[in-house]
Design a protein around this ligand. Sequence first.
Ligand SMILES: [Zn+2]
Ligand SMILES: [Zn+2]
Length: 316
Amino acid sequence: MALTCRLSALPVLASLALLAGLPATAGASREVPAEGGEPTRRILRLATGKVETVPLEAYVSAVLPAEIGASAPAAALEAQAVAARSYAVARKGRHEDRGADLCDGVHCQVYAGLSRATAATRRAAEASRGIVLVQGGRVIAAPFHAVCGGRTARPSAVWDDEETPDLVPVEDDACLSASGARWTFFLPRAQVPALTARLGFPEGRFLEVWGHSDDGRVAALRLAAPGGKSLVVKGFDLRARASEIWGWAAVRSTDFEVTERPQGYLFSGRGTGHGAGLCQAGAIARAARGESRGAILAHYYRGASTASLDALETSR
Ligand SMILES: [Zn+2]
Ligand SMILES: [Zn+2]
């Protein structure tokens, strides 16, 4: 989910099915008339440019299959429904320049039409109807990702816009056996310039981790040239540029170590995606071992609480 409104920007994906994530920006807010009192959202269909107006709850049930998979256990589907609904409420008007609230791609949330909803995803939306995540009285654009790999990220270490919620990073033992919880990527020395060039430092030939954020992820790396010149870049930017060149499965997260080898650099990492908020693999495992929707949300959204949209009249 979510990059600075440049729709073409990155092949980085947002869900367990689609993986990873990007920074978000605020969208202007505008009230959309609700039919029969139920909130609606205007969805920009990127392939056609048309805008489809759909009831909020139907929209939520339709995005679940792409975002977490329709076969996830009920409590995980419901937790994801609360996250997706919160995101849709908080990012209302994000595509106002196109007369829409949200687009149908990974930039916002993946929506392929109301027909994609299944009986299970409709049940999950219905069981959590109107429930959203709030902080300081405002609905948050609840982040979620595929696999955290053992600990979640602090959202402000991923995105720097003022709409980003303040969530406390948490340990997570539930996703450790999931695919993508551990990964390696080898960057051959000959391909280092391809990466450094994209980071604005084409003469760069060496790299090292230069700093961590308080959630333990790589905040900065230092690129160096043979003559001694160097440039410090953000960990998030390195991951994004590497994804542009080699795909999302190269540098899967910013939770990694880098080891220099004679032939290049070995990245050894944990988790897939930006790591903030709900860990989808962990939510599925927790639901499978009997945890409730509320317990799952409380674990991954520490610092936020749940509320009913009906009680938050300004947020619809
Ligand atoms: Zn969008
Ligand atoms: Zn996790």
